[in-house]
Design a protein around this ligand. Structure first.
Ligand code: NAP
Ligand code: MG
Length: 472
């Protein structure tokens, strides 16, 4: 029996084949994970369909609300267990893993509440017509999520899907299968009917692809790399089903000379070092006015060098990257970069056994170079300078990505001018909320993806509008 298995129709279901789950802090094998094959993926999708047709689609918002809120309570009650397994699987500091569990619970509670106030409308067409709209679920929602914030990504995909009356089949990333399986078990404890929420474990190119290609899937949500996201969108297009893509970013902080530099340095540091920089909305580019460049960089170097490092369970500021594969990717990016490494650029001494990488700040980077354009997904910040506002905007908008941005200035007119001109799904001013908040619509412009998760807006994404026109 594998240590971690798929969870379908309220039951653990093992597979003949498995892979090893690795602790990135030590490189040790911490268990085996079942690889769901075509038969199991098919079973999960058919089970979800049966649950959908067998009552979930017709369930009242009140019933769904009660169950979602109960699941939120159970996630809160089991926070420590969930946080420890997540910290082991990802390497992230325990405190950050606890936050992930809390935010996951918050998604279930938020959609548990909002679904009770999510309606169609009546349209006063003409006196002899009664016209109204219904918001109907799609059916079976497939979700394929990344390893960086597994519980948060699960919450923001599964909670609105279930709230709106869809059933769900989720494939977690191979690195982080355990929290998803545990939350699916908790859903049964909360009272969800078996089959409403199912989890299949396995590898992306096998189990993941089987899910994204399955003809029984009616809606697909994906969080991960642009490369895989493009393929998934093509498969969805083939079957004409809606897809939400969240593909990461290269989000800029634009810092003007009148900014509160101490405050900016604080947020910039957290925004790139949280979760070791493995955050789709990490602020990974610093675009700073030349007059305050040296001062801000000095503040940042001091903050980067004060960071404490340790295994996830040691709960320091910075844990390892999720895997040696990810560490090699970050190392290659930095080694190939041109510019001045002000701090970092190495594996921290004494941490060679795990997948660690030190907080890294590179200045004088060419805005067109690879490290300024592509997502590193590590604790690496690149800095470039500007003189005019136009130059800053052009630089900010110069990458293929456009997920999030921050503007640091005390000039209120400039704030509004730039908030409109900067391309991003979320713009922060004199603050930076990597992760972006449960209540706030979140998603990309350009190659950061399309569709919106989070907030009230996600409810629209998980439903299709039906207009009913009745001649009186
Ligand atoms: P990835 O390969 O795109 O994986 C994301 C998810 O897709 C995982 O669940 C993965 O499963 C699955 N998957 C992989 N190949 C698939 C396929 N052919 N069909 C269906 N599903 C498939 O991302 P990654 O390798 O974990 O990370 C690579 C890069 O992606 C990172 O360095 C980073 O730049 C970016 N990334 C972005 C985000 C974000 O939040 N936007 C998150 C993570 C990664 P397995 O894990 O089992 O392979
Ligand atoms: Mg993976």
């Amino acid at each position: 029996m594998s240590d971690v298995t798929s969870f379908i129709n309220g039951l653990s279901v093992d597979s003949d084949e498995s892979y090893n789950n690795i602790d990135p802090s030590t490189g040790a094998i911490i268990g085996t994970v079942a690889k769901a094959d075509a038969e199991l993926v098919d079973l999960a999708v058919r089970t979800a369909r049966t649950a959908f047709d067998g009552g979930w689609r017709e369930s009242s918002p009140e019933v769904r609300s009660t169950l979602l809120c109960r699941l939120a309570d159970l996630i809160d009650a089991n926070r420590e267990e969930l946080a420890v397994m997540e910290s082991e699987d990802t390497g992230k500091p325990l405190t950050q893993a606890r936050t992930d569990a809390t935010v996951c619970a918050r998604y279930f509670r938020f959609y548990g509440h909002t679904i009770e106030a999510f309606y169609g409308i009546t349209i006063p067409l003409t006196p002899d017509f009664h016209v109204y709209t219904r918001r109907e679920p799609h059916g079976v929602a497939g979700a394929i999520i990344a390893w960086n914030y597994p519980m948060q990504l699960l919450g923001r995909a599964v909670a609105p899907a279930l709230a709106t009356g869809n059933c769900s089949v989720l494939k977690p990333a191979d690195e982080t299968p355990r929290s998803a399986v545990r939350i699916a078990e908790l859903a049964i404890e909360a009272g969800f009917a078996p089959g409403v929420f199912n989890v299949i474990t396995g590898l992306g190119p096998e189990t993941g692809q089987l899910l994204s290609e399955h003809p029984g899937i009616d809606h697909l949500g994906f969080v991960g790399s642009t490369e895989v996201g493009k393929r998934i969108a093509a498969q969805a297009a083939e079957r004409v089903i809606p897809v939400v893509l969240e593909l990461g970013g290269k989000s800029p902080h634009i810092v003007f000379a009148d900014a509160d530099l101490e405050q900016a340095a604080l947020f910039i540091t957290k925004g790139i070092l949280q979760n070791a920089g493995q955050t789709c909305s990490a602020g990974s580019r610093l675009i700073v006015h030349k007059d305050v460049k040296d001062e801000l960089l000095e503040l940042l170097v001091a903050k980067f060098e004060a960071v404490t490092i340790g295994a996830g369970g040691d709960d320091k500021d910075l844990g390892p990257l999720v895997s040696v594969k990810q560490q090699n990717r970050v190392r290659t990016f930095v080694d190939e970069a041109e510019g001045t490494i002000l701090t970092g650029g190495t594996v921290p001494a004494g941490f060679e056994a795990g997948a660690f990488y030190s907080p890294t700040l590179i200045a004088d980077v060419d805005p067109a170079s690879k490290i300024a354009q592509q997502e590193v997904f590590g604790p690496v910040l690149v800095a470039m300078e500007f003189e005019t506002e136009e130059e800053a905007v052009a630089m900010a908008n110069s990458t293929d990505y456009a997920l999030m941005a921050a503007i640091w200035t005390r000039d209120v007119s400039r704030v509004h001018r730039l908030a409109a001109k900067v391309e991003a799904g979320q713009v922060y001013v004199n603050a930076y909320g990597a992760g972006g908040g449960v209540e706030l619509p979140f998603g990309g412009f350009k190659k950061s993806g399309y569709g919106r998760e989070k907030g009230y807006e996600a409810l629209a994404g998980y439903t299709q509008t039906k207009t009913v026109a009745i001649k009186l």
